[in-house]
Design a protein around this ligand. Structure first.
Ligand code: FEO
Ligand code: CA
Ligand code: CA
Length: 648
């Protein structure tokens, strides 16, 4: 996300500003110590013996550390496409032999015959609630049918992270009204659409009883230690909605996890005497949020009037895409943070879910189920309601520990002011502070390598808060870290870790693993395809994108790359239009169609300008290029002209 507060062109994004006052040792200090040692080792013979392959130069270079995870095992994936160069053009570029079809742009009716999108943004709130939302983000394809049909028919489920009020309303960001708040909340949440592929028409939206929108107004419920009747959730209205759904997850039992990231952004107040509590401040709640001003028209979002409403957000939300009547459930055992996503895997029959808290200086978490997930399901219980939430601590020697956020253990006692497990979860960030977790440079997506269960996480960028000797302080380009749980068991409470990749432009940054051919910054989306290719999607914020003073002019527009985790080889696969981020990726089971999201094309950026009601096309007019239209987030369905596997 790169939403702007006023003024339109900020010096930074809101999530680049830390709200962590703890004295916990930041990750960049730990990483500095580790890089220093790694560099020493890499220069000696020991490097070749103990190497953990990294780098991206096409010929991977060995680096080492005593506790590094072993090399990836299993079959090496192929990277068979010709890389594309960086681009600052207002268009999508793909490798030769690939083609893209734009599908379900913002405003598309979720069923054929639904209210048509109006290019003057005059659709009502009620119409928006029957259309695809704005700012497509995390996404999964749930196949339907049997056999080969599963590659041609399925439910595409996707998040809508935030909105651009300049593009959503005909009068842009002028006076806020109740109807505008209603349209804005309807443009958030999750879309579930059924897609069908034919050779003649490509991918199209089909009529489906499962098609639905879950918006910021849909009735929801709570499960786990913070139950629906918990006093902290009590407010005038029943709990409604999910908001700022960034990345996502999928459970082994076939449900979708929408994750609530910058929920603080929607609250504000005009009350002169209001000050945030310590807990509200820890979650970044202030008088303005993103500057949407919803509180001026709807007291639901006035933090002084309705403070408990904010406690209803910051959770992982489970949605059953196959049952259109299923009420979304907020699974509170996974904690209340700014969840970027929630990636699951299985180990010893248990569910394991990794989730990062995307703010500068916040933490990485893992939930481990307390028994067989199948046994829980057989008893009618959710495996996500029963288990232990941990937060990560990274040590200098390349090891790490998962610290339990369990009431009554460590510092989380009643004597220390922690009432019960619900209290720990409602105040997850403060509990993690107390445990001594390691502050990270903005954890974004997490991906588990299907070949060896190693876990990778994008640390998109960071301020470098207080590190003395850190060569990546500040860290405007980001890292990708990876770790291996003890004995390859994802339920373990210890791990070893190393840096897979230091992003950057070698013209500006000496300490990067990237080259003239592979340069990029701000990794965000991460996904392993079934062959083991690591797909990397970037979200350089519009406060930096294309700007020489930020070292981002040669990196171009946001992009997507593929990496071989064995060798570190990287190839750039696509570049997006102006002002966008690239996020959300999934393929059909046969890997012959890849769906990718292009989010917020045309957003205000110092490099290109600012969309206005008079000229919403000032930055981009992708994908319609209608001289009277406006830019729209959309999904692209990528196929090879020869019908082959994407990326191979
Ligand atoms: Fe919504 Fe952290 O990206
Ligand atoms: Ca991001
Ligand atoms: Ca993201």
């Amino acid at each position: 996300m790169s939403v702007q507060r006023r003024p339109v062109f900020p010096a930074s994004d809101p999530d680049e500003v830390s709200s962590n006052p703890s004295a916990n040792r930041p990750f960049h200090e730990v990483a500095a110590a580790r890089f220093s040692r790694r560099s020493v080792l890499a220069s000696g013979a020991i490097a070749a013996a103990a190497g953990f392959l990294t780098g991206s130069t096409g010929t991977a270079h060995a680096t080492a550390a005593t506790a590094s995870p072993p090399e990836p095992t299993g079959r090496r994936p192929t990277l068979g496409f010709t890389p594309v160069p960086t681009s600052d053009a207002d268009r999508l570029t793909l490798p030769e032999g690939y083609q893209a079809q734009v599908i379900i742009p913002w405003g598309t009716p979720i069923r054929p015959g639904g209210p048509a999108w109006r290019k003057d943004a005059a659709n009502s709130a009620a119409e928006q609630a029957q259309q695809v939302g704005m700012n497509h983000d995390g996404m999964h394809f749930f196949p339907l049918g049997k056999g080969a049909e599963r590659n041609r028919r399925g439910l595409l489920v996707l998040n809508h992270e935030y909105i651009d009020q300049q593009l959503l309303f005909p009068d842009g960001d002028a006076e806020m009204t109740r109807e505008k708040v209603a349209k804005a909340t309807a443009a958030h949440g999750v879309s579930i659409v059924e897609l069908v592929h034919t050779d003649r028409h490509g991918w199209q939206v089909a009529d489906s009883p499962r098609a639905r929108r879950v918006t910021a107004d849909t009735l929801v419920t709570f499960s786990g230690p913070v139950g629906p009747r918990h006093p902290a959730l009590r407010a005038a209205d029943p709990p409604r909605g999910t908001i700022n759904n960034c990345s996502h997850g999928v459970t082994p039992w076939g449900t979708y996890l929408a994750c609530e990231e910058n929920f603080n952004a929607y609250f504000g107040t005009e009350h002169p005497g209001w000050e945030p509590t310590d807990l509200q401040a820890r979650y970044g709640i202030d008088r303005e949020g993103f500057g949407y001003r919803w509180h001026e028209a709807d007291p639901r979002f006035d933090i002084a009037v309705n403070p408990h409403e904010a406690n209803r957000f910051g959770w992982v939300v489970e949605i059953d895409p196959m049952d259109p009547d299923a009420v979304p459930v907020k699974r509170t055992a996974l904690g209340r943070i700014k969840h970027e996503g929630c990636v699951t895997t299985e180990a010893r029959g248990r569910i394991v879910a990794y989730t990062g808290d995307d703010q500068d200086g916040d933490y990485l978490y893992k939930f481990v189920g307390d028994g067989s997930w199948r046994a829980h399901r057989a008893r009618g219980r959710s495996p996500l309601d029963h288990g232990t939430l941990y937060v990560a601590r990274f040590e200098d020697d390349g090891t790490g520990r998962w610290l339990p956020l369990t009431h009554g253990t460590g510092p989380l006692t009643r004597d220390a002011g922690w009432a019960d497990q619900a209290d720990v979860l409602l105040r997850t960030r403060e509990a993690a502070d107390a445990l001594g977790a390691t502050p990270m440079d903005r954890p974004e997506w997490i991906a588990v390598n299907p070949g060896n269960q190693d876990v990778y996480c994008s640390l998109t960028n960071g301020s470098g808060r207080g590190g003395a000797a850190n060569p990546r302080t500040p860290n405007p380009y980001g890292h990708i870290i990876r770790w291996r749980e003890r004995d390859g068991d994802n339920t373990a409470t210890t791990f070893t870790w190393d840096i897979f990749l230091l992003a950057g432009d070698p013209a500006y940054e000496e300490r990067t693993d990237l080259t003239e051919d592979t340069r990029f910054g701000s990794p965000d989306g991460l996904w392993f395809d079934p062959d083991g290719r690591l797909w990397i999607l970037t979200d350089v914020s519009n406060s930096s994108q294309n700007l020489p003073e930020k070292g981002y002019d040669r990196i171009g527009n946001n992009q997507m790359l593929a990496a071989d985790p064995h060798t570190g080889e990287i190839r750039r696969f696509l570049t997006g239009p102006r002002g966008c981020e690239i996020t959300g990726v999934i393929t059909t089971p046969d890997q012959r169609t890849m769906f990718v999201n292009v989010q917020h094309p045309g957003e205000a950026t110092p490099a290109w300008g600012e969309p206005t009601p008079e000229n919403p096309r000032a930055v981009s007019n992708w994908p319609d290029f209608d001289p009277e239209g406006r830019p729209r987030s959309a999904t692209i369905a990528i196929r090879r002209t020869d019908g082959g596997v994407i990326g191979a």
